[in-house]
Design a protein around this ligand. Structure first.
Ligand SMILES: *Cc1c(COP(=O)(O)O)cnc(C)c1O
Length: 403
């Protein structure tokens, strides 16, 4: 039967029936080790008992009332996020793109509130991904995703990632903010250097610009810190969060200082679903686990173990692996074979990894992954490497026989 779904994805011929922790079971009954976490979304693995309990308990009480009323569960989550971060205020949305979109709007409104509405432009970075709305596409400026959708939203100036001199040169009288994904996920797990991220903070302070972080992918514990800004040791003024924050339930959040949010008064923004009690139950349950004493330290430790195992893999398979990069439990393997082929070879070994830019494979295990599962995953990656080495060896043989 032909699919009635809009064909915007080239899907793998594989579907899953249930999941538990770091494991997925396919509709044909095969078990896969999930080192993709639904693209950094299932931060606590599949069907985490604490999340299932929080979601089902809330499902029996109340799903949604709209933002015309007070939502105690949202008050709680916003307060907890503010207390745990640089932020004073939080807005809840349903996705990453919506969160980045609000970050952009908020930055523009801040400049307007300062009496400088002409400073609506934002400096952004090549290789970033910010979502699929018209403004977030324009922010990232990837021509592949903008093609055919009419004029791009005005106001974004892309410069090379990591290039502070280019940032300084791009600042003009209309520049009001900088938007950066500190560790580019879709772009190929490119982590900004510490001097670069700190340099952006200095530039923003000097030129009175707002610094906005897109931590939709690299946030929520991936680096071993609640947010990556803490790993870098500089706070943004606005931060967009999503993906792992709901543990699998659609949830996004924008975190901001009171100063950065000062233009956002009553009526300036809104959402039908954002902050609904079901999403809030999941968000609160995720934070229960992430903020429990010792949890993030464990993520750091497991990140180091993963990194060591991957470095060993790269050392023993230099023909297939070019480079390992990333931080904590967001690691990238740059391969010398097409990354889509490598992901397919990994799937043949019953391991899920996710292709990204620069011919990289993203390794994003759930934060609850065990040491044993890390070693198992890397041994499956090793089997995938051997697949390409054997293919290369047999090709050599064929050539030899022919010559
Ligand atoms: C996935 C992602 C987005 C978009 O999130 P959606 O929930 O798909 O809208 C934005 N920014 C970054 C860094 C992402 O990884």
């Amino acid at each position: 039967m032909t699919s009635a779904i809009l064909p915007t994805y080239a899907r793998y011929p594989l579907a899953f029936e249930h999941g538990e922790g770091a494991w997925l079971t396919s509709t044909t009954g095969e078990k896969y080790l999930d080192f993709g976490s639904s693209i950094a979304v299932t931060s606590l693995g599949h069907t985490h008992p604490h999340l299932v309990q929080a979601l089902t308990q809330q499902a029996q009480k109340l799903w949604i009332t709209s933002n015309l009323f007070e939502i105690p569960e949202a008050e709680t989550l916003a307060r907890r996020l503010a207390d745990a971060t640089f932020a004073d205020l939080v807005f809840f949305s349903n996705s990453g793109a919506e969160s980045v979109e609000l970050a952009i709007k908020m930055a523009r409104k801040w400049n307007t509130a300062n009496g400088q509405p002409e400073r609506f432009r934002m400096i952004t970075f090549q290789g970033a991904f910010h979502g699929r709305t018209l403004a977030t596409l324009a922010a990232a400026g990837n021509p592949k995703y903008l093609d055919g959708f009419g004029p791009a939203v005005e106001g974004f100036d892309q410069v090379p990632f990591g290039d502070l001199a280019a940032v300084k040169a791009a600042i003009g009288p209309q520049t009001g903010a900088i938007l950066v994904e500190p560790i580019q996920g879709e772009g190929g797990v490119r982590a900004g250097a510490r001097e670069f991220i700190r340099g952006l903070r200095e530039i923003c302070d000097e030129s009175k610009l707002l610094l906005c972080f897109d931590e939709v992918q690299c946030g929520m514990g991936r680096t071993g810190k609640l947010y990556a800004y803490d790993y870098y040791g500089v706070a943004p003024d606005i931060l967009a969060s999503a993906k792992g924050i709901g543990g699998g339930f659609p949830l996004g959040a924008v975190l901001a200082t009171a100063e950065a949010a000062k233009g956002m008064g009553i009526g300036s923004h809104g959402t039908t679903y954002g902050g609904n009690p079901l999403a809030m139950a999941c968000g609160n349950a995720v934070l229960d686990v992430l903020l429990a004493p010792g949890f993030l330290e464990e993520v750091s430790r497991k990140g180091l173990l993963l990194r060591q195992c991957l470095a060993g893999l790269a050392a023993s398979h230099p023909e297939v692996i070019e480079e390992i990069r990333g931080e904590g439990l967001i690691q990238g393997i740059r391969v010398r074979v097409p990354n889509g082929d490598f992901a397919a070879a990994a799937r043949a070994e019953k391991l899920i990894v996710i292709p990204a830019g620069e011919n990289v494979l993203r390794i994003l295990p759930p934060l609850i992954v065990s040491d044993e599962e890390i070693r198992e995953g890397v041994s499956r990656l090793e089997a995938a490497c051997r697949h390409f080495e054997m293919a290369a060896a047999s090709q050599l043989k064929e050539h030899g026989a022919g010559g």
